[in-house]
Design a binder for this molecule. Structure first.
Ligand code: DAH
Length: 337
């Protein structure tokens, strides 16, 4: 028995030596000190031994049990000290480069919002899950109007839809605040698009609307140029082409002189020197009327800035899909880590 105990002592010592985590030490503990361990079965046999043997074996068993228990305790405290060292805060450590950044679209949106706020615009929002009325009807797009074809819509089972543009915010704001009015509504929009480098099913716009007495196209051009100057830090030339949208009359497409090639022609502007940026127009009298504003007293203009497009121009992003991908490496390539 003495010999067996000495063998157990050695085995336990070497197992403790090679155990480097709490779990394996607890296993060693139960193997050598637990109820079903060999040492405890030796202790159970003590009663059958002679007095002399009882004394010797009993003493040695207790000695070994204490020794194993102390070795395990020691090793556990070393492991604990090491692990708390690992999670302790070292304020001399250099800060990682991989801290986050605002998304390019957020940056552009904040810039435009800041400029518009200076011109007295208030910021409003609207739901992404919208009703047919706010997304279409209230904007003079009747149920069977062909203009609905331009906006392939995600219809929901509850009869609502994912808004296809931020223009519903115009209607909501007119209903809520009446005239005069100056609002900007940045937000996310959805269309059932086949994805490619220029098309995404999820994109961002910023809707702007001004309603007052004697508002003219000149005011619209002034506001647009002011926004562009703030974004590109220089005067940007603009031009208006006719464009059709049922909620404005007349309606325009506002083009900017391509900020990438300065009008000389490049792949981004398809060598035309101009880039389409923002549809806009004078608010249709029917739209004013539907929201309770008298078109004989008030007039207004509205515009829908493509924030996604603007971010692509600003950061020279050729593929729209990068923007919603959450791919940090792509963001690094854009240069806004
Ligand atoms: N909501 C239109 C679209 O996404 C864009 C637009 C056109 C907005 C003319 C306007 C506007 O405010 O006046 O296709």
């Amino acid at each position: 028995m003495i010999e067996k105990l000495n063998i157990l002592r050695e085995k336990a010592q070497s197992e403790i030596n090679v155990s480097n985590d709490e779990q394996s030490l607890l296993k060693v503990k139960s193997t050598y000190l637990g109820k079903d361990s060999e040492i405890s079965s030796i202790m159970k046999q003590l009663k059958d031994l002679s007095i002399e043997e009882k004394k010797q074996v009993g003493q040695l068993s207790n000695e070994i049990k204490n020794e194993i228990s102390n070795l395990i305790k020691e090793k556990l405290s070393i492991i604990e000290a090491n692990s708390s060292k690992k999670i302790s805060f070292d304020h001399t450590m250099p800060v990682s480069d991989d801290t986050g950044t605002l998304h390019p679209i957020t940056i552009v949106a904040e810039e435009v919002v800041k400029i518009l706020k200076k011109m007295g615009f208030i910021i409003v929002t609207g739901p992404e899950m919208e009703s047919d009325y706010y997304n279409f009807e209230g904007l003079n797009i009747a149920e069977n109007h062909p203009a609905r074809d331009m906006q392939d819509t995600y219809w929901l089972e509850n009869g609502k839809l994912l808004r296809t543009h931020t223009s519903p915010c115009q209607v909501r704001a007119m209903e809520k605040y009446g005239a005069p009015l100056r609002i900007a509504a940045p937000g996310r929009c959805f269309r059932n698009e086949d994805l490619d480098a220029c098309h995404e099913n999820t994109f961002f716009q910023l809707e702007g609307m001004v309603i007052d007495k004697e508002v003219s196209i000149n005011n619209l051009i002034y506001v647009m140029k002011n926004i562009l100057k703030g974004i590109y830090n220089k005067d940007v030339e603009v031009r208006l082409r006719p464009g059709f949208f049922p909620f404005v009359e007349p309606g325009f497409e506002l083009d900017i002189k391509c900020p990438i090639c300065d009008g000389k022609g490049c792949p981004t502007c398809k060598n035309s020197g101009w880039s389409e940026l923002c549809p806009c127009g004078m608010v249709h009298p029917k739209v004013l009327e539907a929201s309770g504003i008298d078109p004989k007293v008030y007039s207004g203009f509205a515009f829908g800035i493509g924030l996604t497009r603007m971010a692509m121009f600003k950061y020279n992003i050729a593929d729209i899909r990068v923007l919603n991908s959450g791919n940090i490496n792509s963001l690094k390539q854009i240069g806004i880590e």
